[in-house]
Design a protein around this ligand. Structure first.
Ligand code: NDP
Ligand code: 2IT
Length: 449
């Protein structure tokens, strides 16, 4: 069968737009992957015949449910819960839960779609899924968060299982929330099924390095990019957006590799600290007190808080967007490139807009897409599942060494795939093609399902 490849890819995209109206982030994520796949269809006409791409763009199952709960004043609250079980060709659905007021079906689908290829790149046996709720944990007491998590899990539990679907954390979901979710799952099912959630506490089935994994992994990925160019982190000025799980441990690893992170942020603004972010103060403010980034500037004499402004105005050689999707637009990219930025590593999922990616490409800035650079979190989740399955417990050093090796392997795979498919240096194409090929081969082998 002859296939006009670019027309074919456009037709698939048009159909995704038609079937999923209004889901802008999902469209954006699909578009970015499809833009890389013409070269694949050129070599694999069987994927066109069997509509492999079309099938991967359609979630296997989408669950939307009501989450009623009572706040501390006794008022009834109603949120919406989501779990999109996108693709199970490589293993049980795997991906985080996001609790943030902006969460809607389109956002969960974009995250689930990205997760398919990210998980494939880790080389671990995990499929792709994502979930969450429009619940806003900010300002809520522990008791309110617990009641919400219990209600959420009371509906979701029937869809989960260590061989079925294994959630973890994402924005607004950390160790506290995973604890409440696990407790309710155990209570309802009467099973101590450790492998049903990852990111668990260290005393009850959690794995060392999972907390640090995404940020550490992004730093290891950046280091691999620098090695190709004969460089290291030594002496480099770095800006990392956000100040949550990914940002905090990204800062920790960048500092241990010899770089200096001079700015980070939250949704209220950013802090600049020319002495380098003091990680102990940041952890105290953000992890223990659940405070605001301005509290950091109140405590550190060398720091200044800039309310509202863009953290990307701070000059740096390395930028690591680690807050949320589309936080770095083409204006910000232009400022970064003009200020001498030479590396951009996505710690978050899709934080860079398509036009910003183009600015970086045109300016010769080395760019790492999130589905490759932030895969260390989910890869370490898979290591947690492995330890749970074998009732084993690895040391910090062993786990970190595994993570570092996985990140170097992902980099090598993306780098070599980009070369093989005619776009040397293009890690976006490399990640999309390498991830897709692995998923597509399994989808194809499983027949028409
Ligand atoms: P956290 O909830 O720990 O932290 C999120 C940080 O980003 C906070 O500083 C938050 O600020 C900021 N932020 C969130 N939403 C917005 C927004 N709409 N506008 C501005 N700032 C915002 O989340 P994580 O660190 O876990 O996640 C960060 C990113 O990394 C997300 O894109 C997530 O999908 C991705 N990721 C996470 C992984 C993980 O293992 N945790 C793995 C791979 C990717 P504020 O507190 O003011 O809201
Ligand atoms: O986006 C992601 O990869 C995550 N939030 C982590 C998912 C996981 O299952 O560890």
């Amino acid at each position: 069968m002859h296939v006009d490849v670019p027309a074919k890819v456009h037709a698939i995209y048009d159909e995704v737009l038609r079937r999923n109206p209004g889901e802008e982030e999902f469209h954006q994520a699909v578009r970015e992957v499809l833009d890389s796949l013409a070269v694949v269809l050129d070599r694999h006409s069987e994927y066109a015949e069997m509509k492999t791409i079309e099938r991967i763009c359609e979630p296997e199952r989408q669950i939307i449910f009501r989450v009623p709960w009572q706040d501390d004043r006794g008022e009834v609250q109603i949120n919406r819960g989501f779990r999109v079980e996108f693709n199970s060709a490589l293993g049980p659905y795997k991906g985080g839960l996001r609790f943030h007021p902006s969460v809607n079906l389109g956002i969960v689908k974009f995250l689930g779609f990205e997760q398919i290829f990210k998980n494939a790149l880790t080389g671990m046996p995990i499929g792709g899924g994502k979930g969450g709720s429009d619940f806003d944990p900010k300002g809520r007491s522990d008791a309110e968060v617990m009641r919400f998590c219990q209600s959420f899990m009371t509906e979701l539990y029937r869809h989960l299982g260590e061989y079925t679907d294994v959630p973890a954390g994402d924005i607004g979901v950390g160790a506290r929330e995973i604890g409440y979710l696990f407790g309710q799952y155990k209570r309802i099912t009467n099973r101590y099924e450790s492998g049903v959630l990852t990111g668990k506490g260290l005393g009850w089935g959690g794995a060392l390095v999972r907390t640090e994994a995404t940020g550490y992994g992004a730093a290891f990925f950046a280091e691999a990019m620098m090695t190709v160019r004969g460089e290291t982190f030594e002496g480099k000025r770095v800006v990392i957006s956000g100040s949550g799980n990914v940002a905090v441990y990204g800062i920790e690893k960048v500092h241990s590799l010899g770089g200096t992170v001079v700015a980070c942020s939250d949704s209220s603004g950013y802090v600049v600290d020319e002495d380098g972010i003091d990680l102990e103060v940041l952890k105290q403010v953000k992890e223990r007190e659940r405070g605001r980034i301005s509290d950091y500037a109140d405590r550190v004499a060398s720091a200044e808080f800039v309310e509202g402004g863009s953290v990307w105005d701070v000059p740096c050689e390395v930028a690591v967007p680690s807050a949320t999707q589309n936080e770095l637009d083409d204006d910000a990219a232009t400022v970064l490139a003009r200020n001498g930025c030479r590396y951009v590593i996505e710690g978050a999922n899709m934080p860079t807009t398509p036009s910003a990616v183009k600015v970086f490409r045109d300016a010769g800035v080395a760019f790492a897409p999130g589905k490759a650079a932030n895969a260390g979190g989910v890869a370490t989740s898979a290591l947690e599942m492995q330890q749970n399955a074998s009732r084993d417990r690895w040391t910090f050093e062993h786990s970190e060494a595994r993570l570092a090796e996985i990140m170097r392997d992902i980099h090598t795979r993306c780098h070599e795939t980009a070369e093989e498919y005619g776009s040397p240096g293009d890690l976006v194409l490399g990640a999309n093609v390498a991830g897709f090929l692995q998923v597509a081969e399994a989808v194809h082998a499983h027949g028409l399902i």
